[in-house]
Design a protein. Structure first.
Lengths: 63, 336
């Protein structure tokens, strides 16, 4: 199953799910993260394959 | 999703613009947008020397990269705040700034990612060919004998969180150094999300004075350097994406004192609006600028400030006597 990593949290999602749905499944707002696969940005409509490992990058900062 | 310009796989989709782009075209699109913003708000010209306040974060390093690619003569200013937070935060953020500059110079020497790759018109050189960007660094603890968290512990203003003290000290020192180093413009990496969050906070409490002064440009005069925000029309998400596409290594960790900050709560609220209504943040901020331009905030009001010279540092202040920065250090000295 594809795996999503965000900070110290990880979750698995069903194969063929879109990146957007995978983000929402982890309880996140897609507007607040970017998704990368093998260090490259991917768009939210990308369908994930079984072996995919997606790292999410938070984009909101304070101060 | 395909790039609108070339049809290859897109790396970013900007729903508010209905625009998807590949990495190559995105790396060109962002500087073009910044150039339009600089021109629209008459922020500066190729004749200006620009000092960018860099923190090692995504926005300020992206801004430095963009201005250099556009051909502007922009140096960086790093203020060492003495924040450790168990992760050596200030040291690490300083290293990110140094690494950026080193990498940019190396790429420029090899002709990679420099202005010749941009579709936007670049500026004519206005200084000697030998000019190259510099990073100016000032350590607050080394200069004043106390770190930002240390100051916050000693004075009433800093009780609980050092963010207020930090903002005050940074604003004062950035203005002072812009003058002393001979820069005509001070640029910061505030993006649209930063501006929308500030606008939201000030609107919640109807801070009319703050609203009247919030804009992409704060003009120079009365002892203040001109301050500009060239990223004010770009989303925070777009700046992070730009860093990834350009290979800019920024400090990913948050300032250890920013957790629970009101500005982050406001950004999260606005992000929820954006999720349901793409373009909501942009509309909120840009329609405010339009209303401000149309005089909505100035009717029947005198919002001009009466300024005095601070008796200690000489910088402008609204209160007679000492400015807030000098009052802060007087209090620190009293508590020593």
């Amino acid at each position: 199953m594809p795996k999503i990593i965000y900070r110290d949290k990880e979750w698995e999602v069903p194969t063929n799910i879109t990146v957007r749905d995978a983000i929402i499944k982890g309880g996140l707002n897609p507007e607040t993260v970017l998704a990368t696969r093998h260090g490259k940005l991917i768009t939210e409509d990308t369908h994930l394959k079984a072996a995919d490992l997606v790292k999410l990058i938070a984009v909101i900062s304070g101060g | 999703m395909k790039c609108r310009k070339c049809g290859v796989v897109a790396v970013i989709n900007m729903r508010q613009h209905k625009l998807a782009l590949c990495a190559e075209h995105y790396a060109e699109w962002v500087p073009a947008q910044v150039q339009k913003t600089i021109h629209k708000y008459q922020m500066f010209t190729p004749q200006d020397r620009v000092l960018i306040a860099v923190s090692g974060g995504k926005d300020s390093l992206a801004l430095w990269d963009i201005l250099l690619r556009l051909g502007y003569h922009a140096d960086g200013l790093y203020l060492g705040l003495g924040i450790d937070g168990g992760i050596g935060y200030s040291d690490e953020s300083h290293r990110k700034c140094e690494t950026f500059l080193k990498s940019f110079k190396a790429s420029a020497n090899e002709g990679i990612g420099n202005s010749s790759n941009l579709e936007v018109p670049t500026q004519d050189p206005v200084v000697a060919d030998s000019w190259s960007p510099k990073l100016h660094t000032l350590s607050i603890p080394d200069t004043y004998g106390e770190s930002i968290p240390g100051v916050a512990q000693r004075v009433r203003r800093g009780r609980g969180k050092p963010c207020s003290v930090c903002g005050l000290i940074k604003r004062h020192e950035m203005n002072r150094l812009a003058y002393e180093l001979g820069f005509s413009v001070l640029a910061t990496g505030h993006n649209l999300d930063d501006e929308a969050a500030v606008l939201f906070g000030n609107t919640m409490t109807w801070q009319v004075g703050y609203l009247a002064r919030q804009g992409p440009v704060l003009p120079e005069g009365d002892g203040f350097a001109r301050k500009v925000k060239p990223l004010c029309r770009l989303y925070e998400r777009e700046m992070a994406a730009y860093c990834l596409v350009r290979g800019i290594d920024y400090i990913y960790e948050e300032c250890p004192y920013s957790y629970g900050a009101t500005s982050i709560a406001h950004k999260e609220l606005l992000a929820e609006l954006e999720r349901k209504s793409p373009g909501a943040k942009q509309n909120f901020y840009l329609s405010f600028l339009k209303a401000r331009e149309d005089g909505f905030l100035n009717e029947n009001r005198d919002l001009s400030l009466q300024l005095h010279d601070c008796q200690r540092c000489g910088q402008p202040t609204t209160a007679p006597g000492l400015c807030a920065f000098c009052r802060l250090w007087v209090n620190v000295e009293k508590c020593t």
